[in-house]
Design a protein around this ligand. Structure first.
Ligand code: GDP
Length: 224
């Protein structure tokens, strides 16, 4: 299948595409996708809204018990941002949480067009159970992860920096795939860094090159 090289996206052009509650309902698995995940209240909606300059885009339902869906935002014909359901403070029944976990794992492990994961954690409460679960799945899939330590404005510069270094040290064993930064939607801290990461992932054509390499390996060698 021919796929044109993608251009650097304009995040302000993001618009809602569709929702899915399971993998089978997701848009066709092609192109370039980057997913955002975080426990509820981590600041995920605020981050997506700040990035896209669209206050209404990632308006999440905070209604207890209501099933949250995987939301797809289109940047271009072949590039998408994905808002994954978070949980934590949300008061939802155990059975609903279990179903989310199942669908999240399914999406992270099987979505071919997923190029990277943005994992948001409150800078005051990093690496909770949900976060390590998401990290484990991403690492198992060999997927790059950018950790955003959110609401960095809630800490003074010194403590924010030392949290960054501490989390970086805790994840040092995976520094080939995992990178970490401070972020604040309120102050705009780390927004450029985030955009650079997204730009790189959403225009990464190395997967297409891999496919070409695979193809050439299938050609009969000269001696046969
Ligand atoms: P979500 O549940 O992960 O989508 O979290 P939200 O984006 O809805 O944010 C949860 C709460 O944290 C809201 O009250 C936000 O106003 C607040 N919040 C989000 N980002 C920031 C930030 O950068 N700084 C501060 N001080 N508060 C933030």
């Amino acid at each position: 299948m021919e796929m044109a090289s993608p251009e650097t996206p304009n995040y302000r052009c993001a618009h809602f595409l569709t929702s899915a509650s399971k993998l089978a309902q997701c848009p066709h698995d092609e192109g370039w996708e980057v997913a955002f995940a975080g426990r509820s209240n981590a600041g995920k909606s605020s981050a997506i809204n700040t990035l896209t300059q669209n206050k209404k885009l990632a308006r999440t339902s905070k209604t207890p018990g209501r099933t949250q869906l995987i939301n797809f935002f289109s940047l271009s014909e072949s590039q998408r941002l994905v808002d994954l359901p978070g949980y934590g403070f949300a008061k939802v029944p155990e059975a609903v949480k279990r179903e989310w976990v199942k669908q999240l794992e399914n999406y992270l492990q099987h979505r071919e067009c997923l190029r990277g994961l943005i994992l948001l954690m409150d800078v005051r409460r990093p690496l909770q159970e949900f976060d390590t679960m998401m990290l484990d799945w991403a690492l198992a899939a060999g997927m790059p992860v950018r950790v955003l330590l959110t609401k960095a404005d809630k800490l003074k510069k010194g403590p924010a920096k030392s949290t960054l270094l501490k989390v970086r040290a805790q994840l040092a064993a995976h520094d080939d795939l995992v990178s970490i930064q401070l972020f604040s939607s309120l102050k705009g801290t780390g927004l450029d860094e985030l955009a650079k990461t997204l730009d790189a992932w959403l225009t990464d054509t190395s997967v297409l090159e891999d496919e070409e390499e695979d193809f050439s390996e299938e050609e009969p060698s000269a001696g046969l």
